[in-house]
Design a binder for this molecule. Structure first.
Ligand code: ZN
Length: 125
């Protein structure tokens, strides 16, 4: 199993390509390691943040997120529950600090048009 926070995953690359196509290529930096939850894209001047979350690891309410691991199910479910709690805490902390965070789920990156519209709305807001 790969690490939760591996870099340059296909969903992350898809989000970055969409952001670039929308004309925001120079407005963000990657991997805000010092911010709660270590966001994937940080639009500093705009006070906006985009997380790209894997559906399984972050416990998304979708088909892939609901997949049950065959081995060590209790271990993985506990881990995913911890991830969800940490994610919620990170979003609260960011909002309290004046950031606007957006989560793009892995499953959303499969529909490039819909994802691009969502990002456009968020970034233009
Ligand atoms: Zn999902």
């Amino acid at each position: 199993m790969r690490a939760v926070k591996s870099r340059d995953t296909a969903p992350e690359l898809a989000v970055r390509a969409a952001v670039r196509a929308l004309g925001y290529a120079r407005r963000y930096r990657l991997n805000g390691a010092k911010l709660p939850g270590k966001p994937d894209l940080v639009f500093g001047a705009m006070r906006k943040i985009v997380f790209v979350h894997g559906c399984f690891w972050h416990g998304h309410d979708c088909k892939r997120g609901a997949r049950q691991p065959k081995d060590n199910a209790a271990y993985w479910l506990a881990k995913i529950t911890r991830n969800r709690l940490r994610d919620a805490k990170s979003l609260r902390a960011l909002r309290a600090d004046g950031w606007s965070p957006l989560v793009i789920w892995e499953c959303e990156t499969r529909d490039a048009g819909a994802m691009s519209r969502k990002l456009a709305r968020f970034l233009a807001d």
